[in-house]
Design a protein around this ligand. Structure first.
Ligand SMILES: [Zn+2]
Ligand SMILES: [Zn+2]
Length: 551
């Protein structure tokens, strides 16, 4: 039997067009790396073993969360989020750890600190600066001791900052038509029929701004309310925050959630959340309807400066002025003090989608997948604005973006100058109307904040904790099987150094990638061996995912 080998190519005899169709070495290696789940654009770091002096160039994953930048890293990040979501959703025991009780040492240190604080205030009042300075040093020493003893939280400063001016009652944002119950310390859901502890999948959307077609583009762009759409998008995270506050107050327990902010096809953000436990549907609807967020910013309905006529910085007065008259523009605080009504109010739309979901079911897994589905995409991509977008879609996004360019994103936004108001912290390097905030960028559609919002007591772990947990799982399995990884805890400690691409010891990217692929294969082989040794059965896909995560 003859072996089938590919026909060798004689590149000298190929035309330029034919040669152009051949894959590049770098592309082949990249495809291989992707197939093995290895980062395709790693950072070459120099790892120095400080015990043995051995120096290696090690590929460190880029850690991108975006699929168009690095598919393996993005996939890994998404899987970690899935694990985080899964761990908190149907928890049956309170995940909150009890704080340790303060010891006598803690209390003694704190008492000494309080005495010093009192002495400091007295010295300050008497004008005894020298003693005050000595006390400052002693307090700093005490603080170090307190931290070393494991005390967390803010310690009272020696010079308390001036009390903030209290907001008047007209700025209250509570929802008066909702019941209000004292909040219990409970975060887990109720059990039904003695054994079912369902949780909830919730979707909140914004109001309609005008009719849209099936691709999400405005049917009549001239009558679509782009201004409200832009402002609602920018203030959406604040509205979501307000929603959880109201929910906790209304239902009377410490509701926990894992949620993602995603764009709808029309470009407006909506919020999907896995919520631990259940809340009656009618109650969730009532809370959504009653929730609103007022933006107490200066009015910004009318542009004052456009085109080339823009405010000018007065270097002597250190303030922005009118280009014609030279009069200083009102500062942020002045403009705020003058405003009598909120510049904008955000509310949710009428659509509230609520679904009860039992833990460990196929449905739970599907919804976790749904929640995290678009995390590897940019907002624009997730809204379906790729290369296949229709003309109407492009026009729609163009209009929304034009509005976002003249919508201030924060009190420090340089867009305020177009409305004749100096932003907070105005300085000469600001260009009127130009703000680097993500909200103004076309691919963000005004959605500038975090994509994943997780409440603090969801799993009581940070993302880093979840990451460490996964690698610990794999390491433990290897240890159980008696497999010693190539470089384990017995090596090191390591010192890490950045490299420059021109360093003679840094290999080209394809070489670095191949190194990483080989490493990954070795890892997987070890892992499979460990799996077989401990359980006697071949690993399931689930476990190999864990290995991918940890490696
Ligand atoms: Zn990567
Ligand atoms: Zn801005």
């Amino acid at each position: 039997m003859t072996t089938t080998s590919p026909t060798p190519l004689d590149s000298a005899r190929l035309t330029r067009a034919q040669r152009a169709t051949l894959p590049l070495n770098a592309d082949v290696v990249q495809a291989l790396a992707e197939q093995h789940g290895v980062c395709i654009r790693p950072l070459a770091m120099r790892r120095i073993d400080t015990t043995t002096g051995r120096v290696d160039i090690v590929p460190v994953p880029c850690g991108s969360t975006r699929d168009d930048q690095c598919p393996p890293c993005a996939d890994k990040a998404r899987r970690l989020r899935m694990a985080q979501c899964c761990q908190g959703w149907h928890v049956e025991q309170e995940p909150v750890t009890q704080r340790t009780k303060p010891t006598e040492e803690h209390q003694a240190l704190m008492a000494a600190r309080a005495d010093l604080l009192a002495a400091y205030t007295e010295c300050k009042a008497l004008g005894d600066e020298d003693t005050a300075e000595q006390i400052t040093e002693s307090v700093a020493e005490l603080d170090t001791e307190l931290r070393a003893a494991g005390v967390r939280g803010r310690l009272a400063p020696l010079d308390p900052p001036p009390r903030p001016v209290k907001r008047s009652t007209r700025r209250r944002q509570d929802a008066p038509n909702l019941p209000r119950r004292p909040i219990q310390r409970r975060t887990i859901g109720q059990v039904f029929a003695g054994r079912y502890r369902p949780s909830t999948f919730l979707t909140l959307t914004l109001d309609s701004y005008g009719r849209v077609d099936t691709d999400g583009a405005a049917v009549d762009p001239d009558h679509y309310d782009y201004r409200r759409a832009a402002r609602d998008a920018i203030h959406f995270p604040a509205l979501v925050d307000r929603f959880w506050q109201n929910t906790r107050r209304c239902v009377g327990w410490d509701v926990q959630y894992f949620g993602t902010v995603e764009p709808q096809k029309r470009g407006a953000p909506h919020f999907h959340a896995a919520l631990r436990g259940t809340i009656p549907r009618a109650e969730l609807r009532a809370i959504t309807a009653a929730t609103y967020h007022q933006i107490w910013w200066p009015n910004h309905d009318q542009l004052v400066y456009t085109g080339d006529r823009l405010p000018v910085w007065d270097t002597r007065a250190k303030t922005f002025t009118d280009p014609d008259t030279g009069t200083p523009l009102p500062t942020w605080d002045q403009a705020c003090a003058n405003s009598t009504k909120p510049a904008h109010v955000v509310r949710f739309g009428e659509q509230v989608h609520v679904k009860g979901i039992l833990g460990g079911t196929e449905e739970a897994g599907r919804h976790i997948g749904y929640l995290t589905k678009y995390l590897t995409k940019t907002i624009g991509q997730a809204a379906g604005l790729g290369e296949h977008a229709t003309d109407a879609q492009r026009e729609h996004v163009h209009r929304l973006h034009a509005e976002l360019q003249i919508t201030p994103c924060s009190p420090r936004c340089a867009v305020w100058l177009l409305y004749g108001i100096q932003p907070k912290g105005a300085r000469h390097s600001m260009t009127p109307g130009r703000c680097k905030g993500k909200a103004h960028k076309p691919e963000h559609l005004g959605i500038a904040g975090r994509r994943v919002l997780v409440s603090r007591k969801w799993s009581n772990k940070t993302l880093d904790d979840h990451r460490a947990e996964r690698s610990a799982f794999v390491r433990q399995l290897l240890e159980q099987a008696g497999i010693q990884p190539d470089h384990g805890p017995q090596d090191g400690p390591y010192r890490w150094e950045r490299t420059a691409p021109t360093d003679p010891d840094v290999p080209a990217r394809p070489v670095l990638l191949l190194h990483a692929v080989a490493e990954r294969q070795r890892w997987k082989a070890e892992y499979t061996a460990a799996q077989l040794a401990t359980s006697g059965s071949p690993p399931t896909t689930n476990y190999s995912t864990a290995a991918n995560q940890a490696a």
